[in-house]
Unconditional design. Structure first.
Length: 447
């Protein structure tokens, strides 16, 4: 059972300034939890920091993994002027003022490192304001973001920055961090705290890779612990009360949104209904709009199933209508119905591929004329220009087919739709082969 030694009253422990995560910010790289792939001995970022050779870079990772802390460690080691800049409270005016100061410093031989937290919150104009100063070396830019910089940072600015990906902390990293908090004088090192290793494991699991959540929750359970003289005991009941509701890691406007809808789509494509239902639940329980999910399911019905089971599209549209009529939480079962059906349906992407082939020709051959015989001829002039001449009404033939070519002459013989043998599409394939064979036979006869 880990124990923080010493004697201190509950009043004294409450007097420590600031929340626990702030009090325990590491002052040296060796105190930093996790990110060994970047900060281990000999790793690139570790060497850049140790040698004070920082170039423009972006730290990308989920909340609570140390992006801002790394910037502070750099600030403590660099000989350059370090400016902390917030994307939330600063506009173009403030950017230009800081840039002018940095340029003046550069002319005098100085170096400025500008740290921008939440850089994804800057719009294009604000990001563009940094670009010329980064290019000529007036500043070294360090940005931090929870969003994929490929989407949120201007390409020109991104191309001048090295992106370092920070990972969510492992269970072992978080348990180590919690034990440091119990022994560190800035944490609970001056108190006697009784808390088991199993409880620390629960707190680490609840934090889901986020150091800030782990430390804040530890502080909560200790402050609510049972006092016995100068000792604090954390009970199982207190743990359960403090971690009874995990907030789902899901940002409806962020990258995780796209990751999870991708997981749903690919689980259905892989005919894995259990995985598909899980990802569906992850979205809905995090507050996703059920109509958004239903629209994606409708797309899937034609993109990945198509004529292999045309009922899939009907069920997907019906699920959308059900969601529209009754909303959440009741419509969750309708989406589960659709997702399960689509997962188990035979798969064909023939329609998706067919449109892709036709789209390429349509974009590259924009001026191909419509054959005269399938043009409408509502006026005398059009008839005199042979609009509609030679057109054969298929319903007037015994076979309900004609040998007319409906593609432009330059595209004669093109095959866009290539049906598979999956599910009902095997019957479609057989029918299409019969039609094409009949037409080829008639064309030979007419030559």
């Amino acid at each position: 059972m880990p124990k923080a030694s010493g004697q201190q009253s509950i009043f004294a422990r409450l007097e420590k300034p600031g929340p626990l995560p702030n009090r325990l910010r590491p002052r040296e790289l060796d105190e930093f939890a996790g990110q060994r792939h970047l900060l281990g001995e000999g790793k690139v970022l570790r060497q850049l920091i140790d040698k004070d050779q920082i170039s423009s870079m972006i730290f990308w990772g989920p909340p609570g993994v140390g992006k801002t802390t790394l910037a502070r460690l750099i600030a403590g080691k660099t000989k350059a002027e370090f400016i902390n800049f917030s994307a939330v409270t600063s506009g173009i005016k403030e950017i230009k003022e800081v840039m002018a100061q940095a340029e003046q410093s550069r002319l005098l031989g100085g170096k400025t490192i500008l740290f921008v937290d939440e850089i994804h919150r800057f719009n294009k104009a604000q990001q563009d304001a940094f670009l010329p100063y980064v290019e000529k070396g007036s500043i070294v830019l360090i940005g931090a973001t929870t969003e994929n910089p490929s989407f949120e940072v201007n390409a020109a600015l991104l191309s001048r920055c090295k992106v370092f990906v920070l990972h969510a902390l492992s269970q072992e990293d978080l348990v180590w961090l919690l034990k440091q908090a119990l022994s560190n004088p800035q944490g609970f090192g001056g108190q006697t705290v009784h808390i088991t290793d199993d409880m620390l494991g629960v707190l680490a699991g609840f934090a889901n890779g986020d150091a800030r959540v782990a430390l804040s929750t530890l502080e909560m359970v200790i402050l609510n612990g049972e006092m016995d003289g100068a000792a604090t005991t954390v009970t199982q009941e207190i743990i359960e009360q403090c971690v009874n509701k995990r907030s789902l890691l899901y940002d409806k406007n962020g990258e995780e949104h796209y990751n999870i809808i991708s997981a749903l789509h690919k689980s259905m494509r892989n005919s894995d209904p259990d995985a598909a239902i899980y990802w569906l639940a992850r979205m809905l329980e995090a507050g996703e709009d059920p109509l958004y999910v239903a629209r994606r399911v409708i797309r899937f019905a034609s993109e990945d199933i198509g004529l292999a089971d045309s009922r899939a599209l009907e069920i997907a549209v019906a699920a959308y209508q059900a969601c529209h009529f009754i909303g959440m939480p009741e419509c969750s079962v309708h989406l589960t119905h659709a997702v399960t059906y689509l997962s188990l349906a035979p798969k064909s992407n023939a329609l998706y591929l067919a449109y892709g082939r036709a789209k390429e020709d349509a974009q590259n051959m924009l001026a191909e004329p419509v054959p005269l015989h399938i043009r409408n001829a509502p006026t005398r002039l059009m008839r005199e220009l042979d609009y509609g001449k030679g057109y054969i009404y298929a319903h007037d033939t015994q076979e309900k087919l004609t040998a007319m070519r409906c593609l432009p002459d330059s595209l004669a013989g093109r095959r866009y739709y290539l049906p598979t043998s999956q599910g009902q599409e095997s019957r479609v394939k057989e029918r299409l082969e019969q039609i094409r064979s009949w037409r080829e036979s008639r064309e030979r006869q007419e030559k």
